[in-house]
Design a protein around this ligand. Sequence first.
Ligand code: DAH
Length: 366
Amino acid sequence: MNWNFQEIQERVEEETQGILSAQDLEAFRIKYLGRKGMIQEIFASLAGLPDEQKPLVGKGANELRSRITAVIEKKKTEIREKENQARHPLMDITLPGVAPLAGHRHILTQTIDEICGVFERLGFTVQEGPEIETEFNNFTALNIAVDHPSRDAFDTFYLDKPDPKNKGRYLLLRSHTSPAQIRIMQKHKPPLAVVVPGRVYRPDAVDASHSFMFHQVEGLLVDRHVKFSDLKGLLTVFCKRLFGDKIKMRFRPHFFPFTEPSAEVDISCYICDGKGWLVHSPSAKMSLPRDPKGSKGCSVCGRKGWLEIMGCGMVHPHVFEAAGYPQNRYTGLAFGLGVERIAMLKYGVQDIRIFFENDVRFLEQF
Ligand code: DAH
């Protein structure tokens, strides 16, 4: 038999056009590649051909087989896509898309960044200290003696890990950011000005204003001739930048073992404007400060008119000594503030627990 491959090829192409379904394709496959299909037939006929024709016909049959295989693969994909489209009609790309849920920084992170930002613009650098501390850094170096009563409120979560540098002593979760002062002074010589944000841990029962974990920002500035007036000036600028120019401030004498003298800083309550009482004005739909007749006490400051926002003081000489600084060469100022407390005051949040509950309805408001 004589095989005209060109003609066969043309016929194959023509038939390909007519393949519209999976059944058509299967019939086509059987016709050419099946056990009794044309390719088999061609190979079977080889035996009866003169020797010189055999290689030509064999080659033609092989080529034809690969072309048909390729056509079948191509058609298979086409048919599958057509079926898919029929099942899922084309999407309408003009419809508005689904807006992705974009997150943002947590309100406490925003507050930390804001606090540190104010100090950075005043020339401070931001550093961090570890949450796992030694007893030495957390207490002893900060002039808090083992039997000092102020240690009680601070005595904290001890780890099951001995302090590698201090036999018989254990590591603990720091109860304030102040130990970072020691680390920084051990590493750097004055002049230095740093703020240290971070988490701290205390064995406090959880309620609306207490949490066993919260955040602080510590500040330390050491140089020759740093004075208490520098501390007052610095913190006044800070409070005005954070709470607005209108607020008043006062420095109240206080005790901290690691500073001498020490003070607590109060700002005038921005809700009652430092008056301690409020009067309700229905027309203004808000509480306005007025005279005490018919007024009610301000709940934000508890009628005091003042809000305590941080502790501060001049670095105690014992702290310099513990950090390895020479005696009488430097003076320094230090301060520490609670981030949650600042955020609660600034945004009128009433319960500290809500910061840590990860409720998006709360978090997305900021
Ligand atoms: N570490 C103190 C605390 O947690 C806060 C503090 C007070 C830090 C006075 C200071 C400071 O640096 O000078 O209560």
